[in-house]
Ligand binder design. Structure first.
Ligand code: ZN
Ligand code: ZN
Length: 307
């Protein structure tokens, strides 16, 4: 497959920052990419050369105990047992037992989007590229929040996933959606697609969620986490009867459902109102710095022409 575009994810920024020490020469960053099938092996039955494909960041076999249950992030075939960790992901350092430069070789890893021989990325390609991670992550996060009829969902953090979570919540019929962040530009974008925004400066998202959630409510945690967090108030969690749901996104579990929304003529999830910068690969270093610093309210930095 020839990669035609890729996006920088918030989790790439961990490797750009504090986890950079784990990187080794030859590691290739990035796990949100799409491209064109160049050649297919004899075991690949449903793809042809020239197909446009987007690649879920989870590397999964598609047929183990967990994959059969839609839990692709826990795939038994690619689990990192020596690390006590879940399924492998693209673009994570070899030194952590994960997979650096991913070489998709099985159709189980690919989601066909459209048959195209044109390898130039288009705005519509950009929509499909979000199926690799951030859109299914947002969708799962909203599903896991299990908002009851008449309930309210507060999305804390309005980066790319948070922005899409606001829109997914509307799509899933959540009656009241609050967007919470501390970056003016991000609040402005969320205000275009949600009901209300809340400007919350200097806040610890997880603790705020536990404090804010209604008694008997659910806190849904998306993204990627490592290490430990500050002591959590078990008294509050228990007293309020809070349900906690979390975990890496099972990308492939949601992509069939989301594909039709992404492909819809009227762009129901407003995917075209997300990317703020489109840059060539040569500017990747600057793109990482820009995304880290949230300059210009930067939400997503993409790199068309990569490859
Ligand atoms: Zn990502
Ligand atoms: Zn599997």
């Amino acid at each position: 497959m020839r990669v035609t575009s890729a996006a920088i994810c918030g989790s790439d920024l961990h490797l750009y920052g504090v986890l950079g020490a784990y990187l080794r020469r030859g590691d290739v960053l990035g796990h949100e990419f799409m491209g064109i099938v160049e050649e297919v092996g004899s075991a690949v039955g449903d793809l042809r050369s020239g197909d446009g494909v987007v690649v879920p960041f989870n590397i999964s076999c598609g047929h183990c105990y967990y994959c059969k249950r839609g839990l692709f992030a826990q795939c038994e075939t690619t689990q990192n047992r020596d690390q006590g960790a879940c399924a492998s992901s693209s673009g994570t350092p070899a030194s952590t037992g994960r997979s650096p430069a991913v070489r998709p070789s099985s159709s189980a890893f690919l989601t066909r989007t459209s048959a195209r021989s044109n390898c130039r990325p288009t705005v519509k390609d950009e929509r499909f590229s979000y199926l690799s991670d951030i859109l299914p992550t947002a969708w799962q996060g909203v599903c896991y929040a299990d908002v009851p009829p008449g309930g309210t969902l507060a999305v804390i953090g309005l980066g790319p996933v948070g922005q899409l979570a606001v829109r997914c919540a509307r799509r899933q019929g959540v009656e009241r959606v609050l967007g919470v962040d501390l970056v003016d530009e991000r609040l402005a974008v969320a205000a275009r697609h949600g009901d209300e925004v809340v400007d919350l400066r200097e806040v610890d998202a997880l603790h705020s969620a536990i404090e804010a959630v209604q008694r008997g409510g659910t806190v849904s945690i998306s993204g990627v986490y490592g290490g430990a967090t500050d002591p959590m108030s078990m008294m509050t969690l228990f007293d309020k009867g809070v349900t906690l749901r979390m975990g890496q996104c099972h990308v492939r579990r949601w992509t069939d459902e989301l594909l039709s929304l992404v492909a819809a003529e009227d762009d129901v999830l407003a995917c075209e109102d997300l990317a703020t910068h489109r840059l060539p690969l040569a500017d990747a270093a600057e793109a990482y710095a820009m995304f880290r610093d949230k300059r210009d309210g930067c939400k997503v930095v993409r790199q068309p022409g990569l490859g």
